[in-house]
Design a binder for this molecule. Structure first.
Ligand code: PLP
Length: 397
């Protein structure tokens, strides 16, 4: 299969071999590892028996996909990834139900986003359907690593790096796409706990025209020191603000949702617009879609407010300060693949804490976050049939 691509140097349209799942080779491990007891899994610390690698070269296009035993990469020290951060990644999960059906959640969204990230740093794009086929093979080969207990899943980490063996700031002539898999337990192992945020006015995560809207490795290392600073003050994550109005953007590495009560009793669920500053989260998109279907009456979701309005609009810190004062602040929560939802009960801002309701005692989150979490988990685990859940069991091995 060949597909058209654009030469990063000249802008010329060229035909190069595209990503082709049908030529993949599979080498099974002869030394399978044993999985630690599910209860002892720490997020992202344990990896399965196999991995997927696919090389790319600007002359030769996409090479042969190889599924092979999990092993270290061998890279020349001059590789562009080490010097200029040619690196991007994705995160999605595969779930196994009791009957052995393995489902991935909206992998097409991750493929589209990965291609956008790649294009932003002049790395090659690819046919997302083909990578999904390859990921299905990898996931089914390592199927025994997916715990079927509720709340457990296999976290998939597709990654692309620049591997040109030469210094010089320019498009990378070589790249490597790889996928590794990590069995994970419930994000909140000991019950749901709200988090406290520090609304930072010292650091920014993303700026207009920058790369905040892309899942590039380069966006994450600079967030570690701000996170440590927030922790020193007793907060678990940063609330990332932008500009003199202190516009809200994201929380830590999650998207942000805020719910307000309006004078007529309608609840407005708000998330900031993307504008290339906010990372286009799959969980964000799914939360918006579920809430909008509820609001329109198409599919009502138990637990969501009767009268719900859903908005993507600009939010500034003053909106939260005012809503707290008026008693109209209903809920604040983050969304992301790892935890699905994460409730917020406190935001430190300009020397004081904004207090946020967090649902009935013991729930650990507000009713909206709970309703979204329950519905999304039911779709992911296959308890509710939904086109978002893509079955992997048909993979050819
Ligand atoms: C990955 C990520 C998210 C969440 O995206 P999901 O697709 O929902 O997992 C949100 N914000 C940032 C900065 C991220 O890196």
């Amino acid at each position: 299969m060949r597909f058209k691509t654009t030469d990063a140097f000249t802008g010329e349209s060229v035909r190069k071999p595209g990503l082709d799942s049908s030529i993949a080779t599979i080498e099974r491990t002869t030394t399978p590892k044993t999985m630690p007891p599910a209860s002892q899994l720490v997020f992202g610390h344990t990896f399965t028996d196999h991995m997927l690698t696919i090389p790319w070269n600007s002359e030769k296009g996409w090479g042969k996909p190889e599924i092979k035993p999990y092993q270290p990469l061998s890279l020349d020290p001059s590789s562009t990834v080490f010097h200029y951060a040619f690196s991007l990644f994705e995160g999605l999960k595969a779930y196994k139900s009791e009957d052995g059906t393995v489902r991935m959640f909206r992998p097409d969204m991750n493929m589209a986003r990965m291609n956008k990230s790649a294009a932003r740093i002049a790395l090659p794009t690819f046919d997302g359907e083909e990578l999904i086929e390859l990921i299905k093979k990898l996931v089914m080969l390592d199927e025994k690593w997916i715990p079927s207990e509720k709340g457990y899943s296999l976290y998939l980490r597709p990654t692309m790096i620049g591997t040109q063996e030469a210094l010089g700031v320019g498009p990378s002539s070589d790249a490597l796409l790889f996928v590794i898999c990590s069995p994970v337990g419930p994000y909140y192992a000991s019950g749901f706990k709200p988090v406290q945020l520090y609304a930072t006015t010292e650091f920014v995560r993303a700026a207009p025209g920058g790369t905040g809207g892309y899942k590039l490795g380069a966006n994450y290392a600079p967030g570690i020191v701000p996170q440590a600073e927030a922790a020193k003050r007793g907060y678990s994550q940063n609330l990332w603000l932008l500009g003199p109005e202190h516009e809200l953007t994201e929380v830590g590495t999650m998207n942000l949702f805020v719910a307000f009560r309006k004078p007529d009793g309608t609840v407005e669920l708000v998330t900031p617009p993307l504008k290339d500053i906010v990372l286009p989260g799959v969980t964000r998109d799914s939360t918006l879609a579920l809430a909008r279907e509820h609001a329109s009456g198409k599919t009502r979701i138990p637990g969501l407010p009767d009268k719900l309005e859903v908005s993507e609009r600009k939010l500034v810190m003053q909106d939260l300060v005012d809503a707290e004062k008026n008693g109209t602040l209903v809920e604040v929560f983050g969304t992301g693949t790892a935890a699905v939802v994460s409730a917020v009960d406190k935001i430190g801002y300009e020397g004081r804490d904004i207090e946020i309701p967090c649902g009935p005692p013991g729930q650990g989150m507000g009713d909206i976050a709970k309703a979204v979490l329950d519905r999304m988990s039911a779709i992911q685990q296959g308890e509710i049939e939904h086109p978002w859940a893509v079955v992997a069991n048909d993979a050819k091995l």
